[in-house]
Ligand binder design. Structure first.
Ligand SMILES: Cc1cn([C@H]2C[C@H](O)[C@@H](COP(=O)(O)OP(=O)(O)O[C@H]3O[C@@H](C)C(=O)[C@@H](O)[C@H]3O)O2)c(=O)[nH]c1=O
Length: 161
């Protein structure tokens, strides 16, 4: 599967993940920031909308939802959202994607169940992530893996160079 070129996305595409550039409609009063319509192609069903925030440098990872599809949009600040496909039988097993998203790159990332995911806020302020989730929060369908001690081939450090 070739990796379509979308700004802010690095790595190798993961089957079932979509990245959607989002609209922000600005005028002198402020702006409208789109999040989700039930008519959007990436929409499946509505379960819950919640916000997860992170301070710069904080890593919130790794989380695997067994049933939930996430539609993540960073509305404040910047973050790198990292996805790793560890699904047995997946044609893209072993692939990893970095999504640099937020105020400077207003995109929405759809994450199907089974994908390891996490984020690290960067920049100079708190980052806020909105998840338009396909189901209400259920702790029984959520797996937490240590962000640093795991079998996922990813280092959260800033990549200088
Ligand atoms: C996500 C979530 C958590 N909680 C509770 C559970 C726990 O006591 C507390 C903190 O939850 P978490 O540690 O999961 O919050 P957080 O580390 O912000 O987790 C989030 O990280 C990103 C990467 C995701 O994938 C999200 O699904 C979510 O897991 O809030 C809810 O009540 N409802 C929710 O929808």
């Amino acid at each position: 599967m070739s990796t379509p070129r979308i700004d802010g996305i690095k790595g190798n595409w993961i089957e079932g993940v979509t990245v959607t550039p989002m609209r922000r409609i600005c005028d002198e009063r402020g702006k409208i920031m789109h999040l989700m319509k039930k008519t959007d192609p990436q929409f499946t069903e509505f379960g819950e909308v919640y916000i997860s925030s992170g301070y710069p440098g904080i890593v919130k990872a790794w989380h695997i939802h067994k049933e939930m599809t996430l539609n993540n949009t960073c509305i404040v600040g910047m973050m790198k959202l990292v996805l790793f496909d560890g699904r047995d039988g997946s044609p893209t097993k072993g692939n990893l994607m970095e999504c640099f998203m937020g105020e400077d790159n207003y995109i929405q990332v759809k994450i199907p169940p089974g994908i390891s995911n996490g984020y690290k806020a960067y920049g100079d302020k708190l980052a806020m992530l909105v998840n338009c989730a396909s189901m209400p929060h259920d702790p029984n369908e959520l797996i937490y893996i240590d962000p640093f001690n795991n079998d996922i081939p990813y280092n959260w450090d800033v990549k200088h160079g």
